[in-house]
Design a protein around this ligand. Structure first.
Ligand code: SAH
Length: 224
């Protein structure tokens, strides 16, 4: 796996990638495992050729169908929050909004079992091909409306949404394992990143509002 990922590294100078990692550190990302994975993940393969030269800028970029690949800072931050909140015992994670598959590939290098749902079929198809290229076999993809989660594969130690609903979807809360966490942007024009912890075996949830963010909207239904 590492070798395949490293082939990608050769295509962009290590200095360019290291500059990005330094930027993430300057913005407060501290988890070294997360930073290491971002350094070694070839973000350019998740973009169309015309935009690939901008892959190591710390910015969201269009991936077609009105969607964007998340900004490296937010990918690093959400992954760090997820790993930290779960106290290092993450086994199974659900992502809502596969998009390009970039966040998915970062998770797959840190968590044994990754499930990811995407409502736009052509995006999912491309993401599947990229994950295959990278040799990441611990990911299951599904074409579905993530508002319903993926109940058959749950419960999850953590759920991460890369699209922003107006309110927390109940179904996602229901699919959290005891002590599990949901990291999700909530809102419309103004969004806040929420960290929601299921309190042990109970149906009580503890919510923490983390920071303002900007994600594409969480939409219902699927598209082909
Ligand atoms: N993590 C992705 C982010 C893509 S943008 C990346 O870095 O590339 C968010 C994605 O969420 C879009 O692809 C959008 O189609 C998808 N999405 C929005 N609402 C959804 C829903 N209800 N179910 C599944 N996917 C959804």
């Amino acid at each position: 796996m590492t070798n395949l990922l490293m082939q990608g590294v050769g295509m962009t100078s290590l200095r360019t990638r290291e500059r990005l990692i330094q930027r993430l550190r300057d913005q407060g990302v501290t988890n070294m495992r997360v930073l290491d994975v971002l350094l070694n993940t070839p973000r350019h393969i998740f973009l169309d050729e015309a935009l690939a030269h901008r892959a190591y800028e710390d910015t969201a970029l269009p991936i077609g169908h009105g969607q964007t690949i998340s900004q490296p800072y937010i990918v690093a931050r959400m992954t760090e929050i997820l790993l930290g909140a779960a106290g290092g015992k993450l086994n199974k994670v659900l992502e809502v909004g596969t998009g390009s598959g970039y966040q998915t590939s970062v998770l797959a290098q840190l968590v044994p079992n990754v499930y990811s749902v995407e409502r736009i079929k052509p995006l999912q198809d491309k993401a599947r091909e990229r994950l295959r290229q990278l040799g990441l076999r611990n990911v299951q993809l599904r074409h579905a409306d993530g508002g319903f989660g993926w109940p058959e594969a749950g419960p999850y130690d953590a759920i991460l949404s890369t699209a922003a609903p107006q309110a927390v979807p109940d179904e996602l809360l229901k699919q959290l394992a005891p002590g599990g966490v949901l990291v999700i942007p909530i809102g419309g024009r103004e969004q806040q990143l929420h960290l929601i912890l299921r309190d042990g075996e109970t149906e009580n949830y503890i919510t923490q509002i983390l920071e303002p963010v900007k994600f594409v909207p969480f939409l219902s239904g699927t598209s082909r």
